[in-house]
Design a binder for this molecule. Structure first.
Ligand code: GLN
Length: 239
């Protein structure tokens, strides 16, 4: 992104995948960019509309099984997100949105549904629903503190060699194999709602750094940090 230009955020399919408050991730990115003096423009793309290719950061959220299937079909047909990621845009995909990014995920009867193949992951149905608070230690290579959030999903996700786990679960289920989420290039997938970026603003700053190509200065995070510490204290087992 050139230094004098606007940061373009694209919120994909609010009419299908906006069940769990993940739109808060968009608000956090907007706010943290503006506090650094970076002008921001946000586009909400409904599922009847084409996904623009010119965005800098794409966001997609969680939702129920049927809208998830519809979203996968429309994104595959549209192709705009593929082209955007192909030219180096960043992305945060949450829960249903995360599963869609893979090759396959479980539909409402557990049937395999084709994903859009942007991440080397495959999801199916677990034996029970994973519901509750989650704490996970982030991959140290990312320089992001411990993640917190809540999860609410049936899906389990297997990571292929083309992605790295975003984190290792301390409390909660995540992918279902001791890891939580994944990343490859500038694309992050996670099961964390919360919204995730309000719970862990370091993750928001990672996306902003990737998108702007610049190191961001620190900002006053006292309220974010208070929330993070409160959630950690409430979720971690007492020793
Ligand atoms: N329908 C998916 C599942 O249950 C995703 C749910 C969600 O987005 N929270 O696994």
């Amino acid at each position: 992104m050139p230094s004098d230009s606007v940061l373009r955020l694209v919120w994909i399919y609010p009419d299908l995948l906006s069940t769990y408050g993940d739109q808060g991730n968009v608000l956090v990115l907007e706010q943290r960019a503006r506090r650094r003096g970076i002008p921001v423009e946000t586009l909400h793309v409904r599922s009847a509309d084409p996904v623009p290719e010119s965005g800098d950061i794409y966001l997609i959220g969680g939702g129920e099984d049927r809208p998830q299937i519809l979203a996968a079909q429309r994104l595959r047909r549209d192709g705009g997100l593929h082209r955007a990621i192909g030219r180096g845009a960043a992305m945060l995909a949450v829960c249903a949105g995360y599963q869609i990014m893979g090759s396959v995920f479980g539909g409402e009867e557990g049937q395999p549904v084709e994903g859009i193949g942007l991440l080397d992951i495959a999801s199916g149905r677990g034996t029970g629903r994973a519901v509750g608070e989650l704490v996970a230690e982030t991959d140290p290579a990312l320089g992001v503190p411990t993640l917190t959030g809540f999860e609410n999903h049936m899906g389990v996700t297997r990571l292929g060699p083309g992605v790295r786990p975003l984190s290792r679960t301390v409390v909660g289920t995540g992918n279902g194999d001791g890891t939580e989420g994944c990343y490859a290039g500038k694309v992050i997938g996670t099961y964390l709602h919360g919204p995730a970026l309000a719970r862990t603003p370091g993750l928001a700053d990672l996306l902003l750094t990737w998108a702007t190509g610049t190191q961001l200065g620190p900002i006053d995070d006292v309220w974010f940090e208070r929330l993070r510490q409160e959630r950690l204290a409430a979720t971690l087992p007492r020793t």
